[in-house]
Design a protein around this ligand. Structure first.
Ligand code: GAP
Length: 430
């Protein structure tokens, strides 16, 4: 189905809130922006960083069987020949002969021959390669064509032997990384759902061939649970197996974790059985011995198979934001109901008035709190305005210092979602 960008009220509200509160801006906005590229503002970068840190913590730090890496965006061009991206990383594209708009053929209703925007005739579909090409080297003669990586995974495959020979690892084990990827998408839109520059959180899990089905099932369930752990409503998440016609050129089976956006269930992560495809290709193209030597099986040489988990950071940010957005009509406010662990700030401290010692107590409380959790100090405008501001950036707890606080060493703690207020003792200086 063709989807017009920004045609859904929730998406439009998210775009407006993101701009108003500093989550996301169009890249190069003062020059009218650049299509499908976004900058994260002060609130957005905190939200995004929290998501990336949680992924790293849950997928790498807390697991004995997964190691981390951070590989370069630019790689030798042979990598992309070996991986099959030069030959296969295409989308079918058509162009309107009248208005010149371009469409992905698989995003149009079946057998459409006319432009959905102007009714003009659509040209014969062509295959369009999604990789961005650039030149590496200072002189024209010495320069070579290289690509901005369209997935982070290849950096892991080409380093398989480096990791195995420099670390004590045994199959099955994983290597994960997060970083930028680039795709010259034909159709973009729905805010940061499909952009041309984005980040991925990928993990390649190396296994003995034959164990594919059990690990595909294991990682699909693990990854679905991870999104629930971010506070996303479980009933809006699902796992969907790919049909044979949807599979990428390297994969023999795949599950998508999908979230129900206003425009329908859409992929936020893919869990794919890449089999031995990538390792076999790199062995052939590089002529290097990238086999795993199984010491437990008297030195048997194995080409490991791979189960991949591949999530988009930006799609996760969008999912978390779409799921958290709440128009509380009873109280006439907009609230981002983020789980505290992803919220940009966990607490806000307000002095009720900028006088009579209140700011001193409030600042001391703020300085204490920020040593432990991300905290914001706000003394601008009415208390109601300050609450609204924090609601819109999703701060779960607001603490107000008032006249009484000076005597009873207590503050009013207000819960973002229930609006319940309780009096909470804070430690006095003595
Ligand atoms: N290494 C496998 C791979 O890249 P993919 O399904 O093409 O698989 C994985 O991408 C994830 O990367 C997607 O589930 C999505 O979250 C994210 N992603 C892919 N293309 C994107 C784009 N143009 N904009 C934002 N995120 C994107």
């Amino acid at each position: 189905m063709s989807v017009k960008p920004m045609s859904y009220p929730l998406m439009e509200k998210l775009v407006a809130l993101s701009r108003r509160r500093g989550f996301l801006f169009k890249s190069s906005e003062i020059y009218d922006g650049i299509n499908a590229v976004y900058d994260y503002g002060p609130m957005g970068v905190e939200l995004k960083r929290n998501i990336k840190n949680l992924w790293w913590q849950d997928m790498i730090t807390s697991r004995e069987d997964v190691l981390g890496m951070d590989t370069a965006i630019l790689m030798h061009p042979r990598v992309w020949e070996a991986s099959g991206h030069v030959q296969n990383f295409h989308d079918p594209m058509t162009e309107c002969k009248k208005c010149k708009r371009r469409y992905r053929v698989d995003h149009l209703p079946e057998n459409t021959a006319v432009c959905p925007e102007c009714g003009g005739e659509l040209a014969e579909p062509k295959q369009f390669n999604l990789m961005f090409k650039t030149r590496l080297g200072s002189t024209d003669e010495g320069a070579m064509d290289v690509y901005l990586r369209p997935e982070t995974a290849q950096g892991i495959f080409v380093n398989f032997d480096n990791v195995v020979s420099s670390n004590r690892v045994k199959l099955p084990f994983g290597i994960g990384q997060l970083g930028k990827a680039f795709r010259n998408e034909i159709t973009t839109g729905n805010f940061i759902f499909r952009t041309r520059e984005f980040e991925q959180m990928e993990m390649e899990f190396f296994i003995r061939p034959g164990e594919n089905a059990q690990w595909l099932e294991y990682w699909s369930q693990e990854r679905l649970k991870w999104f629930v752990s971010l506070g996303i409503a479980p009933e809006k998440l699902r796992l969907r197996p790919h049909g044979k016609d949807e599979l990428a050129h390297y994969s023999s089976a795949c599950y998508d974790v999908e979230y129900e956006f206003p425009y329908g269930f859409s992929e936020i992560e893919g869990i794919a059985d890449r089999g031995t495809y990538d390792m076999t290709q790199h062995i052939e193209f590089s002529r290097k011995n990238l086999h795993y030597i199984d010491q437990d099986q008297r030195g048997e040489k194995i080409v490991p198979a791979v189960i991949e988990t591949s999530a988009g950071v930006d799609r996760t940010v969008l999912t978390v934001m779409a799921d958290a957005f709440w128009e509380d009509e009873t109280n006439d406010r907009i609230v981002m109901r983020f789980a505290p662990k992803v919220a940009p700030f966990k607490a806000a401290v307000f002095p009720l008035f900028k006088k009579e010692g209140m700011p001193d107590v409030a600042r001391r409380l703020y300085e204490d709190l920020r040593k432990h959790v991300a905290t914001v100090y706000d003394d601008g405008g009415s208390i109601g305005k300050r609450y609204r501001r924090q609601d819109e950036i999703g701060t779960p707890f607001c603490l107000t210092v008032d006249h009484e606080s000076l005597n009873d060493h207590a503050v009013t703690l207000r819960d973002r979602d229930s609006l319940e207020q309780v009096r909470l003792r804070i430690l006095s200086d003595s």
